[in-house]
Design a protein around this ligand. Structure first.
Ligand SMILES: Cc1ncc(COP(=O)(O)O)c(C=O)c1O
Length: 382
């Protein structure tokens, strides 16, 4: 895509997100290829990137959506997703958001506590409606990922603790405006090993058996998202390991007849199709460092400041072969506004154009106007 970016460079204001729609389509095709013939339903986690052009492609590929706010519900409705393909998750749903979900007729609320279940039942009863519900289970599995993006251990705020599940499930079964559809799990994000997903399958299997012994067979199981992407070698691994990921669930999960398995993938669908394009404002030296100061900052791409994560950086315009070690930083008045420490780049000058790779997920969607900055624009390449 870089040569296409450079062709258009005169028309681009930086910082901006550039998306490769061909790569997005290939990624979506890879997913559809893996799930074909299996009772699998893939929802796209809209929080990863809610850009309307991206959503249009995802809808065209036939995926559903995983939503975490009332505004995401409105966005998904506007993008044309059908209610039967919408799930609404989130540990703290406001009343108006629950109402928005009911009004839209969404397939399922992923419920995180007994109190939330009662509130949804009450709001549905006031409207003479029934809410489809999956109980989000905290499976107490360590996904061995960053502590800010692990979600499935008992110390996390997410989900219903295993020892409490029976009681909440019994309550759900007796509530007149709740239709219990199944169980929901999500153990974390940017998971690069298959093992946590195998552990998850084992946990799900024992819960399915436990409830089957009580005469309960769920219509669906939601195994969440979390598949990681290669941030260090994005050009070699443009498409995430969908084969290995779905294969775990094909091999390890004891799916009952007629039961569907839902997934909620975000990062692995959109991360690699987006780069953040930025201009070098200044290059400066201290007694110990060389700094490249970009016009993009943590307001445009928060992940490095928030999680200490690293994105590969490419200087698109330097013709130099000599490499220099730089700290690549943004212009925001925060010391954490650093994209990379000790990054090896060709000799870099004011005006050079830099691409920060693998920025399609949790990039544009986390952008803010801190320091009264403008939100980054987005452009698309076929
Ligand atoms: C409940 C839930 N589902 C799905 C996702 C998407 O995860 P990922 O982007 O890692 O696939 C998240 C991300 O945090 C989540 O919290």
């Amino acid at each position: 895509m870089y040569h296409k970016i450079l062709d258009k460079v005169g028309q681009l204001n930086t910082p901006c997100y550039c998306y490769d729609l061909r790569l997005l389509r290939s990624t979506l095709n890879a997913i559809n290829h893996e799930i074909e013939g299996f009772p699998f339903v893939v929802h796209y986690a809209v929080k990863a990137n809610a850009n309307p052009v991206i959503l249009k492609e995802i809808k065209q590929a036939g995926l559903g959506v995983d939503l975490v706010s009332g505004n995401e519900i409105k966005t998904a409705v506007a993008a044309g997703f059908g209610p039967e393909l919408m799930a609404f998750a989130g540990v703290g749903k406001s009343d108006w958001e629950i109402e928005a979900g009911l009004e839209s007729g969404i397939y399922c609320f992923n419920v995180e506590s007994e109190q939330e279940l009662e509130v949804i039942n009450d709001i549905a009863a006031q409207r003479g409606m029934t809410a489809g519900v999956a109980l989000r289970v905290n499976p107490d599995i360590d996904a061995h990922t960053h502590r800010y993006i692990t979600t499935g251990t008992a110390a996390n705020k997410f989900g219903i603790d295993l020892p409490m599940l029976d009681r909440v499930l019994d309550r759900a079964m007796e509530m007149s405006n709740i239709h219990l559809r199944g169980l929901h799990f999500h153990i974390g994000s940017q998971i690069m090993s298959i093992q946590p997903f195998e552990l998850l399958c084992n946990r799900i299997n024992s819960l399915l058996q436990h409830y089957e012994d009580k005469g309960i067979i769920f219509e669906m199981i939601d195994a969440g998202g979390g598949l990681g992407v290669d941030y260090e070698h994005p050009e070699e691994n443009k498409i995430a390991g969908f084969h290995e990921f779905f294969d775990v669930f094909k091999r390890c999960l004891n799916v009952r007849a007629g039961q569907k398995v839902h997934f909620e993938l975000g990062r692995s669908i959109v991360a690699q199709c987006g780069v953040l394009l930025s201009r070098v404002l200044f290059v400066k030296e201290s007694s110990v460092k060389h700094f490249v100061i970009l016009d993009a900052g943590m307001t445009d791409l928060l992940r490095p400041a928030l999680y200490g994560s690293h994105h590969k950086i490419v200087n698109l315009t330097s013709r130099e072969s000599e490499l220099v070690t730089y700290d690549v930083v943004g212009p925001i008045c925060e010391s954490s506004d650093v994209f990379a420490h000790d990054e090896q780049l060709p000799v870099t000058q004011r005006g050079d154009l830099v691409a920060i790779l693998s920025a399609g997920a949790y990039g544009e969607s986390m952008a803010s106007t801190y320091n009264m900055r403008s939100l980054p624009q987005s452009v698309f390449f076929e």
